[in-house]
Design a protein around this ligand. Structure first.
Ligand code: AMP
Length: 503
């Protein structure tokens, strides 16, 4: 049996070859049959460029249907897809090319000179351009290839993709994901979230990251239904398209932006079946406001590059705000203390995961890989969490974000939640900065609402309010008001940036 992910997805494509897969911004439709034929051309082009099974194909382009066909073509050729964030500059690209030594680099024309220079240093055999509209040499050469391709046979253990972690702690690492890792997660999510005939997904996420490339895309392809394939998140476009769709997946900032639009109404969401949020914590305030405005309860889920999705709030059953729900079927989650012993009674500990979706290790880092797995095969996520009496898991922060002040552990989330609930506060971030006496000192950055309560907030007021409810060592030494929190493209607050800025 061919366990190539593309083949596993193709088996579920609809019987009707004209059934639409992509609906493009100009209204054009790409049928499942055309997707199959186009991806065949990209596979053919890669093979004719010397790509052999197992070779890496590095890609740094904007989202387009051609970029999606390139991903599928890569799978079909048995190559390993390596997408890069299009915000990456010389330093990041150079590191990744040197580490992954891809055979081919697909880039935007804007960086062609840089791409050639860096490719030469890392012995990349070929650089090909794909422009932001899906045109350029890659597309025109693909057009000259046959529209059939016999998908290369892969076992479930063969690599399908390498995604580099964002490298917020130390160097960026290449997470190796196999065909089985990706298929098993797609299969589980497709069932868990109740995908069904008639579904239409609104796809506004980038496709260099797990969320948009794997979760949203694979669920759609497995379901054999269409998705509106938009180049980026745009709140006006979302409002226009939501009435034509049934499923939306986004990062928390998308939901905040939707709620800030008066035109975003309950009526607009009347035909929606499912809203999913993840990649960063969804504020309780957003979760509640969304329910009030639309009548829909967002399903928050939790996952990471190293294994796609680990847990989700239930589709049927109570979706509990501030939690990431239960382990997905086939995924085991353990919460452990510093000595690797399971934490009892709802205590906080590091989240460990195991399952077919969990990655195969870090590319060319066997030592690091060994360190990050327990003897019985659980991956140490580096996320700190807890499990309530009903089994719902919540994330309280990253291990590296835990603040140690005077030898005591402080979990930023605990303080952030209290500050966020104060009138006049939009959101907050709590970080540790170097301190001569305590090792680290707790500092809070607060974004105020533009209302009366926001205007009345003071540093002393926040500190006094916290003193009433928290142990003194957890109370921030300083509170700074900021216009916005720095976030990366997946909506994650960049605590490293804050730590440096307020050191
Ligand atoms: P990435 O590998 O870029 O997808 O980032 C994964 C990290 O994002 C996880 O390790 C978590 O720290 C964080 N994350 C993902 N989903 C959630 C969520 N629903 N709530 C809180 N943090 C999340």
């Amino acid at each position: 049996m061919n366990e190539n992910l593309y083949e596993m997805l193709r088996l579920r494509f609809p019987g009707n070859p004209d059934a639409p897969c992509l609906i493009l911004p100009d209204g054009d439709r790409v049928s499942y049959d055309r997707l199959d034929r186009e991806s065949a051309r990209y596979a053919g082009l890669l093979v004719s460029s010397g790509v052999k099974p197992g070779d890496r194909v590095a890609v740094q382009v904007r989202k387009s249907p051609q970029a999606l066909c390139l991903y599928l073509g890569c799978l079909r050729a048995g190559a390993v897809y390596l997408p890069m964030n299009d915000a990456y500059q010389r330093h990041e690209i150079e590191f990744i090319l040197g580490d992954a030594t891809p055979r081919v680099l697909v880039c935007r024309p804007q960086i062609r000179a840089l791409a050639d220079e860096l490719a030469a240093k890392s012995a990349v055999a070929r650089v090909i351009e794909l422009d932001d509209n899906g045109g350029g040499a890659l597309a025109s050469e693909a057009a000259a290839q046959p529209d059939t391709f016999s998908t290369v046979v892969r076992t479930g253990d063969d690599l399908a993709a390498i995604l580099y972690t964002s490298g917020t702690t130390g160097r960026s690492k290449g997470a190796m994901l196999s065909h089985r890792n990706l298929f098993s997660n797609a299969d589980v999510l497709h069932r868990y979230w109740g995908f069904r005939p008639g579904d239409v997904l609104l796809h506004m996420l980038p496709i260099f990251h797990v969320h948009g490339l794997f979760v949203a895309t694979h669920c759609t392809l497995m379901n054999g239904t269409p998705m509106f394939f938009e180049p980026r998140f745009d709140v006006g476009r979302a409002i226009e398209l939501l009435p034509k769709t049934t499923v939306f997946m986004g990062v928390p900032t998308y939901y905040v932006r939707l709620l800030s639009e008066p035109g975003f109404t309950r009526k607009l969401c009347a035909g929606m079946r499912l809203f999913v949020s993840g990649s960063a914590p969804l504020l309780m305030e957003t979760f509640n406001a969304f329910k009030t405005r639309t009548g829909h309860t967002i399903v928050e889920r939790y996952g990471m590059t190293e294994g796609n999705m680990f847990s989700s709030n239930p589709y049927d059953g109570e979706r509990r705000g501030g939690t990431v729900g239960f382990p997905l079927p086939g995924v085991s989650i353990r919460i452990v203390d510093d000595e690797n012993r399971p934490v009892q009674g709802g205590g906080i500990g590091q989240i460990l995961v195991k399952g077919e979706n969990v990655f195969c290790g870090y590319w060319r880092m066997p030592e690091k890989t060994r360190e990050e797995f327990t003897d019985d095969g659980f991956f140490k996520t580096g996320d700190m969490g807890k499990r309530d009496d009903d089994g719902y898991i919540s994330i309280v922060g990253r291990l590296k974000d835990v603040i140690i002040t005077g030898g005591l552990n402080v979990y930023p989330k605990e303080i952030e939640e209290i500050i966020d609930a104060m009138p006049g506060v939009f959101e907050s971030a709590v970080v540790g900065v170097p301190h001569p006496d305590f090792g680290e000192a707790v500092v809070a950055l607060v974004v105020r609402l533009a209302d009366e309560a926001g205007g009345a907030m003071t540093e002393a007021g926040i500190i006094a309010a916290l003193k009433g409810v928290l142990a003194n060592f957890k109370v921030p030494k300083r509170v700074h008001f900021v216009a916005a929190l720095p976030r990366n493209s997946m909506g994650k607050v960049q605590k490293m940036v804050l730590r440096e800025q307020y050191a």
